[in-house]
Write a protein that binds this ligand. Sequence first.
Ligand SMILES: NC(=O)c1ccc[n+]([C@@H]2O[C@H](COP(=O)([O-])OP(=O)(O)OC[C@H]3O[C@@H](n4cnc5c(N)ncnc54)[C@H](O)[C@@H]3O)[C@@H](O)[C@H]2O)c1
Ligand SMILES: [Zn+2]
Length: 348
Amino acid sequence: MQRLIFTNDVAAQLAGIVAEIAPNRVYILTDSNTEAIGNELNTFGAKMITIQPGDEHKDLHSLADIWSELSLSGATRRSLLINVGGGMITDIGGFAAASFKRGIRFINVPTTLLGAVDAAVGGKTGVNFLHFKNEIGAFAAADAVIISTRYFSTLPAAELRSGFAEMLKHGLISSADTYRRLLAFDIVDADLDALLPLLEENVGVKRRIVEIDPREQGLRKALNLGHTAGHAFESLAMERQAPVPHGFAVAHGLLVEMVIAHLLEGFPSAELQIFAALLREAYAPAPAITCDDYPRLLDLMSHDKKNVSADKINFTLLSEPGTPLIDRTADTDTIKTALDLYRTLLNI
Ligand SMILES: NC(=O)c1ccc[n+]([C@@H]2O[C@H](COP(=O)([O-])OP(=O)(O)OC[C@H]3O[C@@H](n4cnc5c(N)ncnc54)[C@H](O)[C@@H]3O)[C@@H](O)[C@H]2O)c1
Ligand SMILES: [Zn+2]
């Protein structure tokens, strides 16, 4: 089982685990933005490997650089790689570790909220290839994930909110109480100490789901909540050359899918108003869409999930906060109605 440690004393915890594992060589992987954090944590003489930041560098080129550094410095099966960074670093570092000499141990120290709540936990690793995200990869669990909120103080505000959208999603698919606690948290003026226990509870949601369904055959699909519509917003923004942070697209995708759930599964209308208010406060501006964008959005949604017929799109829905419904479908008329209602809720 993957060890998850929540602490604001990362250096001491990390040194303890490294001593326990007793590897013959230790490496710390960072990007140039997290290199200083890596250096600060390096109390045990690890060799630093630093790559360029940004998802466009989560590619074979950077991967080959990491493999080369490991190979040429004599890393073996008994060596350890510590990934210190956002999801980009834990994804590529996890895959480098999973593939080097058929697999060496690795530890993740996420430094972004999205990394902590999503990417660093759950065993999906990989790189982008051709024009496809995460096209090449492997399921491989870190030996340990050490999670702290202290590094988030240097994150741009939008990145923090983006990660918080995934926390809201975890609340919505797990428990009404968890979801309410998140709604009560002020992510616009965030208290990072108060965020740590919420994060611990939240990462627990993902961990439980992944343990039950590691290969995404059933329950893990609940984690797609907000992502069918969210990915469509994300892709549309990209096509318009005005990209939005992933979590902003997901936050708006969550409202669209809540409206679909309202239409098909009786999800309460009062909840729609509450979530719309949060979007107006923390996830503005809303995507600038009109009815003319519906065909493209529907097209993007139908390509997001495989094995659906042309006029039915697969969604994870909710009957109420805390109760996910996987493998549901909505037809295009329902989705168009939902997009109309979504725009009305946000005055778009
Ligand atoms: N494996 C999974 O299950 C999973 C889940 C979700 C997302 N992901 C992947 O995660 C990536 C997105 O994660 P991300 O948003 O963390 O991206 P990222 O790692 O690219 O980080 C975003 C930016 O913040 C910088 N940064 C990192 N930590 C910082 C800090 N403490 N202070 C200031 N700047 C900092 C990074 O250098 C980068 O420029 C994508 O590649 C996505 O595919 C994977
Ligand atoms: Zn996501």
